[in-house]
Design a protein around this ligand. Sequence first.
Ligand SMILES: [Zn+2]
Length: 330
Amino acid sequence: MQKTLSAICATYIAIAMLLAAGVVSAAQAPAGSKLAGDGMCSVTVNVPPPSGPPPDFGQMFGRPDPKAALPKLVKVKGDVYVIQNTKNVLSEILQFGGNATAYITNDGVILVDSKVDELHDDIVAKIKTLTDKPIKYVVLTHSHGDHSGGVAKMVRAGATVIVSRDDRRYMARDAGDAALPQITYSRYGNVFLGGKEVQLFEYCGHTSGDTVAYFPAARVVVAGDLVTTPDSIPTIVSYADGGNWTDLAKALDSIATLDFDVLIGGHGPVLSKPEFLKYRDKVAKIGARAKELVKAGKSQQEISQTLGKELNWGSGPSSMVITGMMVEFR
Ligand SMILES: [Zn+2]
């Protein structure tokens, strides 16, 4: 990571020198200038790793319930289905993972996100009820285990797994070579299968390389953790993976320009476009209010309490985000 950051810095310094010398304009900066971390982030926030023992995620997210019902298969529209948890509570995230979306085509299935490793057989069985064709492609919205945990089994089963370049780096950092996607892309990509198309847009926000999968013919957007809708599952940015609140808000503005009827977030129920726009506005409000509170010199606890009271956000797992916001907005 350190090596990568210094490589980015070296590139930026080199470009700054060229700009100062009038050699290139900002608009003509070479595409290679972003290769070291080639995501779409407009800001970099260096949050020092927390000192002391690692956070107790089990306590933060709630212990898995051994009696919890398995996720359900829900038709979204046309050939698009989502496998989603039944209660939209935090404890289901560690147990089952986030939403997985299946786009059925005549030549096979394009799956977006793979939930956790333990859910692989259940996902395959559910998709078998829809089609005899195999899962051909798995697009990962980002690197986190509740979305990418099923990758090893998907690769072994013959699927081709795709993720942004940035997020593959986070997967390699966190999991080693054991289970990595075979294909990466930057900024924009396409998957074509059985006469259907999925457009991949890279954003920065939750991580530095979030993928939004857009099915133009179906008018469906799959947004990963840029969108986590229920009040019970708060929106989070992962500063350790290059995410930040400024770019999250920009990403949501950009997604709003896509032509769609429904949006499937990383966690929670499917949203209509008006529901998504409301969510987008709430995320912007959280950022603006957090910025005011940071600038006013409030403590982490005060920020968390104020945001909790005004916008129902900022406790549980999102308390970790406030630590990063205090660096991002200071
Ligand atoms: Zn995530």
